[in-house]
Design a protein around this ligand. Structure first.
Ligand SMILES: Nc1ncnc2c1ncn2[C@@H]1O[C@H](COP(=O)(O)OP(=O)(O)OP(=O)(O)O)[C@@H](O)[C@H]1O
Ligand SMILES: [Mg+2]
Length: 1021
């Protein structure tokens, strides 16, 4: 069945595998170090068998993992420990009695790890992985004159290993057990049972599991009733844990290492407006812990109110991280986590009777999802919409999309609550008016931030209250050779070696190239002791980098990683970026030289943040950018203070003073951005969705937008009415809508087929006509014995401008095409003769449209990628950065899915449906077809998928039913923790797919409510 097939292809509950491999257990996971390690802890040891639960309260917590960490660690191994389960069993009974009398005890203070026995960490690197630690040494690595801080490090380096030990968090074993039988035994339940059976759970397990499940259901019931009562009575009495079962509290501790909510988090969750489910905007500085509040509200909506939730995040990588973070909670608490990013996500979403979903979406996908829910009259199912980084409302066309989404939710579903998280803004009142929301603001930071600037040889503390803004702090302590002075005139090495490698450091650089240069330059002057710091783990990281590059390692990383340094920018592949991030989180890497993109949303704090200059490319920093970067300083639970140092030249001092003391920026509507493009597409979708079918209704809707709130500032010269009239005329001219004049004189607005395809495919209005033309022309002679033609048709128009063909390369690649491929190329306006002339440097007669030519060049890159599935060699061949090639690939897969939705609305384009469904899948993974089902599982990247496939694990079902112990024994370099994670993720994905199929079966077998009755049918005609 086609639709079922499509569902399986695009719907996933977890992250994209290409971006994250199971490096986690090699590179020790992110952790929060306890002030004092437990007595049994050995240097460099990994505590293996410890369990966190409120029922075992005696042993103090040693270390906890952050939310980016392994979520399924040692999940199964606990099931095998029957004595633990027996203790658990009896302890649960005690706990049950206790919780009945003590439901309102708040906080996490009673939670303790059960068993802090530390086992020595396996030596994960027994052989020399890459011969790079010493390969091509930097000539000057033994500089006679080094900063004083490096001499200090020389003394420290051998005695400090204990600070870098890691933990392996365990999951609550009871969560793994079967749930009590439900009235209808669904495919999902059967699968769960079978798989849990495979995990060889002893009888003690099921008894404990039943008790635990009963306890959880009871608590959810109590909580749900408490929430209902609270809403009715407007009281603050919500139940055991902010209206949620105690199990959620345990999970937050087990999975996130959160012992207790911050005071502001408790206050915020207890606000009257929150309990009454009013809309809310809360703004706090970077790293204030905003996410947790939103997640608790999401869980409350899912578990207690049984409503779906939408979580909107600005980047695909953040969506994937959130999906990963919520997946384990979903497994435990029986809700579905669905990813809406890139080419993933089904519109409308699968209707689920037995469980609720949280849709984690990018801004664009979130908008399409809301459209599909409005269209299928299901918007009321959405209980809560959370928008992270709400201030992005002011960010160009993406801001316009957030505004459209929220305005539609506000207009169409009063019962849907909206929660926005934001950095501090100057005009939050405007946003409040738009969202009819309350506001909660707090300037809490878990770690104090000290801001400094460096000017010449002196460090000044930033104090905006002082007249001069900068107060003398200290002279910079350094002793440079003349060659060092020449290489590093800004004394970056002196600044970083005051903290690394014991502490972490981020160096923000103005350009990508500068990141690489800075990382390489610092390494050149580091002492050899740096090489020995966590040497084995750095070797593992390098090997993982090499595997991710199919044998190739970036030459800069090859030189810097052995010293514990790396660079981070969009030129890396997402797999490399993820490995670098994980290496940094775990402390294996102590310094990242990065661009400002790292500051946006990724949780990678540092003891010291250095801003290499007050510029991003050639633009002077904005206040918000500065705040976001310096806000990364200070790691909660590790540092007592975080410091930022902005390196200044004399010429920039005046502007820098304004930068550090200016008030926060304002946020403005972007519906009028780019000549009103946002408003134009909003009006089109309003008409298409039947939200508005007349000018008056359009205006009525627009009264609920941020644009309307800020009308005076943004539409000073024309009124909103006039603007709407003009834009409706424009849509009519583009034949996207039809305007009919009724007999009473009024006008009815209706969307045309092309208009419907345009908004349904989220196609940019300026490209919809050309897309339709290209696709129609394509049908006249579609080349189907090769992917080239189809790939050409889904190469995104908005990337064409970035393409500057290398004509020689172009010609060489062109000559490798088959005769039919060349013919197709000529048919779209790119003949061989033209490319040959360009390659020969000859002038070409005028009148050649360059758009198809550039598009064909990009299509050739994609075509090569699909054929070879080796990003590195393709990037090399076309002399493009691998980061660019990857972003071309991901944009194309996203656009391919847009074109698919576009063609589905236009009967004449029917042949594309099946073709583009498959092409989307291929572009999304770009690996050999047989690896795709494995790579759908969170944590399985291409190299791992190959290993698994070769070992006989060929399908999702193989993985879901695998025994993690066997898996980890069979697969080289796969540790138990990773094996557990893979199996658990596969189980969840399989459950989710099975549940979707079950829903389909149920729907097919349900008797239609409007079936003609017997009485009616027997009536004489
Ligand atoms: N109550 C808590 N106790 C300990 N750690 C916490 C607590 N709440 C949140 N954290 C941790 O603090 C870190 C930062 O939290 P979070 O990502 O929510 O910050 P944020 O406010 O969203 O910052 P940003 O503006 O950078 O997105 C995370 O690692 C999170 O797990
Ligand atoms: Mg955040």
């Amino acid at each position: 069945m086609n639709s079922g097939k499509q569902e399986i292809q695009i719907k996933r509950v977890s992250c994209q595998k290409r971006s994250r491999d199971g490096l986690k257990s090699h590179l020790t996971p992110a952790r929060k170090r306890a002030a004092k390690p437990p007595p049994s802890t050995q240097p460099q040891a990994c505590p293996k068998n410890w369990k966190l639960s409120s029922i075992m309260a005696d042993i103090p917590a040693a270390e906890f993992c952050s939310d980016s960490e392994d979520l399924f660690g040692d999940y199964d191994s606990l099931l095998e420990d029957s004595s633990l389960l027996a203790r658990l069993d009896s302890a649960e009974q005690t706990e049950r009695q206790r919780s009945a009398t003590d439901q309102l005890t708040s906080g996490f203070t009673s939670l303790r790890p059960a068993n802090a026995t530390a086992a020595a960490c396996e030596d994960v690197l027994t052989d020399s992985i890459l011969d790079v630690l010493g390969d091509e040494p930097f000539e000057d690595s033994q500089q006679p004159y080094l900063p004083a801080s490096q001499h200090q490090f020389h003394q420290q380096v051998h005695g400090d290993a204990s600070a870098n030990k890691t933990s392996t968090p365990l999951r609550d074993p009871v969560a793994k057990r079967p749930r009590p039988a439900l009235a209808r035994r669904s495919v999902t339940e059967q699968l769960k049972r079978t798989m849990l059976g495979n995990a060889a759970a002893p009888s003690a397990v099921s008894r404990a599991a039943e008790m635990k499940d009963a306890l959880v259901s009871e608590e959810i019931g109590v909580a749900a009733r408490a929430v209902e009562t609270a809403f009715a009575a407007e009281t603050t009495d919500l139940g055991p844990f902010f209206g949620l079962p105690t199990k959620v509290k345990d999970l937050m501790f087990n999975l996130r290492g959160i012992q207790k909510l911050y005071d502001w988090q408790e206050t915020c969750l207890n606000l009257d407006c929150v309990q009454q489910r009013k809309n809310l905007i809360y703004s706090l500085p970077t790293s204030g812990g905003k996410t947790l509040v939103a997640e608790i509200l999401v869980l409350r909506e899912l578990l207690c109110r049984k409503k779906d939730c939408l979580f909107i995040l600005p980047y695909i990588s953040l969506v994937q991280e959130k999906v990963r973070g919520l997946a384990s909670l979903g497994l435990e608490l029986d809700f579905v986590v669905e990813e809406y990013a890139g080419s993933r996500g089904r519109f409308p979403p699968v209707r689920r009777r037995s469980s609720r979903s949280v849709f984690v979406a990018t801004i664009e996908k979130g908008h399409s999802l809301v459209n599909s829910l409005v269209e299928s009259s299901r918007i009321q199912d959405l209980g809560l919409v959370v928008v992270d980084e709400l201030h992005m409302l002011g960010d160009g066309s993406r801001g316009a999309v957030i505004e459209m989404t929220l305005a539609k939710v506000l207009y169409m579903s009063e019962s849907t609550q909206i929660i926005g998280m934001s950095a501090t803004l100057g005009n939050i009142r405007d946003l409040q008016t738009f969202l009819k929301a309350e506001n909660y603001t707090n300037d809490f930071r878990p770690v104090q931030l000290k801001e400094y600037v460096k000017l010449n040889d002196t460090i000044y503390e930033v104090d905006p209250k002082e007249e001069d803004c900068f107060r003398f702090s200290r002279p910079l302590n350094f002793k440079y050779s003349s060659s060092m002075q020449k290489m590093d005139p800004d004394h970056i090495i002196a600044l970083v070696t005051e903290v690394i490698p014991t502490h972490s450091c981020l160096v923000f650089c103005p350009t990508k190239k500068n990141c690489e240069n800075v990382a390489a330059m610092i390494c050149k002057y580091l002492k050899e002791e740096f090489l020995r710091h966590r040497e084995a783990e750095k070797g593992v990281l390098l090997r993982a980098l090499r595997d991710s590059g199919n044998g190739a390692v970036c030459p800069v990383l090859r030189r810097t990683v052995p010293y514990g340094l790396a660079y981070h920018h969009s030129g890396l592949t997402s797999e490399e970026r993820k490995l670098v991030e994980e290496g940094y989180s775990s402390g294996v890497l102590c310094l990242l030289a990065c661009t400002s993109t790292l500051a946006a949303g990724i949780n990678l704090p540092a003891r010291r943040v250095i801003l290499r200059s007050p510029y991003v490319a050639t633009d002077f920093l904005k206040r918000s950018q500065y705040k976001q970067m310096v806000g990364r300083a200070g790691r909660a639970g590790i540092d007592t203070v975080g410091e930022s140092i902005l390196i200044l030249q004399d010429k920039d001092t005046k502007m820098a003073k304004t930068l550090v003391s200016a008030p926060m920026e304002n946020c403005y509507s972007n519906l009028m951005h780019d000549e009103g493009k946002g408003l134009l597409s909003l009006i089109l979708s309003l008409i298409g969705l039947n939200i508005a079918t007349s000018l008056d209704q359009v205006k009525d809707f627009l009264c609920g937008t941020l644009l309307s709130v800020q009308q005076k500032q943004l539409l000073a010269e024309t009124s909103l009415t006039e603007t709407v009239r003009r834009l409706v005329g424009l849509l009519e001219n583009k034949r996207l809508i039809a305007v009919t004049t009724e007999s009473h004189g009024g006008q009815t607005l209706q969307v045309t087929k092309l208009g419907r395809a345009t908004y349904k495919g989220s196609v940019d209005l300026s490209y919809s006509e050309v897309l339709y033309r290209d696709l129609s022309k394509g049908l006249e002679g579609l080349l189907l014995n090769s992917f080239l033609h189809l790939v050409y048709l889904v190469t995104p128009y908005d990337m064409i401008a970035q393409c500057k063909p290398d004509w020689m390369l172009f010609f060489r690649q062109f000559t490798l095409l088959s005769a039919t491929e060349q013919k197709m190329s000529a048919a779209v306006g790119v003949p061989e003769s033209f490319i040959a002339r360009k390659a020969a440097g000859q002038t070409v007669r005028k009148g050649v449209d360059m758009e198809p030519v550039r598009r064909m060049y990009l299509a050739l890159v994609l075509f090569s990628l699909l054929k070879e599935t080796n990003l590195w060699s393709v990037a090399d061949r076309f002399q493009l950065s691998r980061g660019f090639v990857q972003s071309l690939l991901s944009s194309s897969s996203a656009f391919c899915s847009c074109v698919l939705h576009f063609t589905q609305e236009l009967e004449e384009l029917w042949p594309f449906k099946a073709l583009l469904t498959e092409l989307t899948r291929r572009l999304s993974y770009c690996v050999k077809a047989e690896l795709i089902p494995l790579m759908e599982v969170a944590g399985v990247m291409e190299s791992r998928a190959k290993q698994l496939y070769n070992a006989g694990y060929k399908t999702l079902s193989h993985l879901a039913n695998a025994d993690p112990a066997v898996l980890s024994n069979t697969i080289e370099n796969l540790f138990k923790k990773q094996a557990n994670q893979i199996v658990a993720s596969a189980k969840m994905l399989l459950n989710e797919k099975a549940a979707a199929l079950q829903e389909e079966v149920d729907e097919l077998l349900t008797m239609p409510s409007d079936l003609p009755s017997a009485a009616k049918t027997q009536q004489p005609v």
